[in-house]
Design a protein around this ligand. Structure first.
Ligand SMILES: Cc1ncc(COP(=O)(O)O)c(C=O)c1O
Length: 338
């Protein structure tokens, strides 16, 4: 299998050799200046990182984490992946599609969420990709349903399935976004954008924001990550974020890598609305504005809420801001599994 040749590998070849990630994404993703949005908001320094284009199979933010997570699955010889999320989980679909490309099947333990158009599309795509869905009546019951599923698979399969946490946000998965910071640093060096003062991402399970902030600290960019919370506070909060950041630092420490500075990361809770997956008026407004000005398609659960925070911030500062587009824009595969 081909070597992993991302910019982070040049800096930490031993780490990469030990973890053996797999190149699944089409990287680097482009950075673009949002001139039309900027004109509306009278801000000349608005940029977007087009992770929506990160893969023709299934893009968005998940594929970066899966490069490390499926690398682990391959090292362990796993044939089955078990993961979890809302019934419309982008992470579950991304895991299934990229896992399938490596000959692995996916079992998803899922809880209910509002049935938006995007959720229905993902459910159809899960079915077409051959995902086995285990329905759990409430998100707080997930741990019990996941243990039961693992027990059932252990009894029926010869090889141990690999458990991938919700959103792929283990310390290992988060390294995919630490690597993304190195990619961004190269783009700043090449003049694609100035060093952003702030980078806006949705905050769900945290691997995206935490990994990015850790990576920025490692590669010397001073940008602050603004993590726009889109799930309940009981699941996404400062102690949990700190726990994940410590986990990533510990994993790096096991490979002799120390963080030179603390990750610059803040949680923005004001755009959450009525609940996970519930569209908000501010989010709907930002979604329509991004589409009209830049032709960028967002969805209501994650990216629209981050975009609402981003546009409000753009009205208050003249410093360069980066919106990290985390939602897949590749065509959904709806054909049945061969
Ligand atoms: C489109 C999209 N953006 C952002 C996120 C949040 O990323 P994280 O879970 O790493 O915080 C998710 C997570 O599922 C997602 O699907």
């Amino acid at each position: 299998m081909a070597a992993w040749r991302r910019p982070m590998a040049e800096r930490y070849p031993e780490l990469i050799e030990a973890l053996a990630p797999i190149e699944l994404a089409s990287l680097p993703t482009p950075v673009e200046r949002m001139a039309a949005l900027g004109a509306e908001l009278t801000h000349g320094g608005l940029y977007v990182k087009r992770d929506d284009l990160s893969s023709a199979v299934y893009g968005g933010n998940k594929v970066r984490k899966l490069e490390f997570l499926l690398g682990e699955a391959r090292r362990q010889g796993a044939r089955t992946l078990v993961t979890m999320g809302g019934i419309g989980s982008n992470h579950l679909l991304a895991t299934a599609l990229h896992g399938r490309s490596l000959g692995m099947r996916t079992v998803g333990v899922v809880f209910p969420q509002p049935l938006t158009a995007e959720v229905r599309r993902n459910l159809d795509a899960d079915r077409a990709a051959g995902v086995e869905l285990v329905h759990c009546p409430h998100k707080y019951l997930l741990p019990a349903f996941v243990s039961w599923t693992l027990g059932r698979l252990a009894a029926s399969e010869r090889r141990r399935p690999l458990l991938i946490p919700g959103g792929g946000s283990s310390p290992l998965g988060s390294l995919g976004f630490a690597a993304a910071a190195f990619e961004l640093a190269a783009q700043v060096r090449d003049g694609a954008l100035p060093e952003p003062a702030e980078i806006f991402v949705p905050y769900g399970t945290g691997g995206t924001s935490v990994g990015l902030a850790v990576g920025l600290a490692l590669c010397g960019l001073r940008s602050r990550v603004v993590a726009v919370r889109v799930i309940d506070r009981i699941l996404a909060n400062r102690p949990r974020m700190a726990l994940l950041a410590r986990g990533v630092a510990r994993l790096l420490g096991q490979h002799g890598i120390a963080l030179p500075t603390a990750p610059r990361l803040e949680i923005q809770p004001a755009y959450f609305g009525a609940g996970y997956g519930h569209p908000t008026p501010a989010g709907r407004g930002a979604q329509a504005r991004f589409l009209r000005t830049e032709g960028l398609a967002l969805e209501p659960t994650y990216t629209a809420k981050a975009a609402a925070a981003f546009t409000d911030r753009a009205r208050k500062t003249r410093r360069p801001l980066l919106f990290w587009h985390t939602y897949n824009s590749a065509e959904m595969p709806l054909e049945a599994t061969p």
